[in-house]
Ligand binder design. Sequence first.
Ligand code: AMP
Length: 396
Amino acid sequence: MKVLVINCGSSSLKYQLLDMQTEKVLAKGYCQKVGIEGSFSDHEANGVKTHSHRQLKDHKQALKLMSKFLTDKKIGVIFNINEIDAVGHRVVHGGENFSHSVIIDGKVKEAIRECIPLAPLHNPPNLMGIEACERIMPNTPMVAVFDTAFHQSMDKKSYLYAIPYEYYEKYGIRRYGFHGTSHKYVSNKVAEILDTKVDEIKVISCHIGNGASICAINKGKVQDTSMGLTPLEGLVMGTRCGDIDPAIIKFLSDKEGYNIHKIDDILNKNSGLLGVSGISNDIRDIEQAESEGNQRAKLALEMFAYRVAKYIGAYAAAMNGVDVVLFTAGVGENGIKVREEVCAYLGYLGIYLDKEANDSRGKLKEITTSDSKVKVFVVPTDEELMIARETKGLIG
Ligand code: AMP
């Protein structure tokens, strides 16, 4: 069975074609600046990389180019686009409608559309991708895999905000959580490595990349997660502030005369590591600056690790214990120093870092010593594979 995984952003298209017998990636690509002047695309299959500068007017044209690459006589991996058995689409927000992946039909598309107010930047391009695919592959079944679905197992006491209840009823204001596909993949993977079932262990999953969230997974069910109504809440991120006192918004508005949109922009795009360090949203640049004695860079890194450690403590308490802590995504998989700094706070849990094991990037491995009471793992995430598995599960 061949499954195509599609992730559509407002001006981008990422795709992977997987053979689900072997779970091998047959081809993958990334089209950027779709609908904007200067489009370009990168495609890779059988170790051959192809770069294209063709202008892409919209997502339909981007998908046509993908189809051309996939079926090309020289570098193609299939003869005909109809050889693709199913398409799995990443959809960011499913609201309360979807606790699982679903086969896409008119009603599902309508429900995704209804969630646009909750994810105005993400759901419209996700829908655009679905509709463009339907035009190119009208007979191929499609599945929607939601970032929010895994978190739907949270209890009301975890997902409600303590604001008047009517706003939850009227507008669905609550914690939804994001990165669900990644948290699900890595928690299942770690259970597999430990030769146990995910519903027998308590896991704290730290997905820390440019966007970052942490998730308490109690015997396979999400008990709590750090992102909220939007991906702004929780950890210190590349450019997002994470948790702040909401009164700061009015305070800033009074002092600087900013309107609400300007403040929202500051909190999403100019805060986090970038805002504190004044240097970059990328940990690598900040670590470099810290090594040259920059004090703000040092402070940004300290705040970043401290916030992760605080959430781990809160979630260990909420679950009345934890068996495994895991790190994933760009910083989680590669940030040796960040992992060391986070683990330095966790001695009270019986977590003892094995510094030699931790001196590694992008590899699945345990990084705690054998006498550690709680195991810590680095688990590279693979959201595309998870989407392909969910798609196969529904279509296959
Ligand atoms: P992601 O959003 O998961 O792609 O993660 C991107 C972030 O990972 C970058 O902004 C960096 O902060 C971080 N990152 C990537 N590679 C490294 C590395 N080798 N060492 C430390 N951090 C890294």
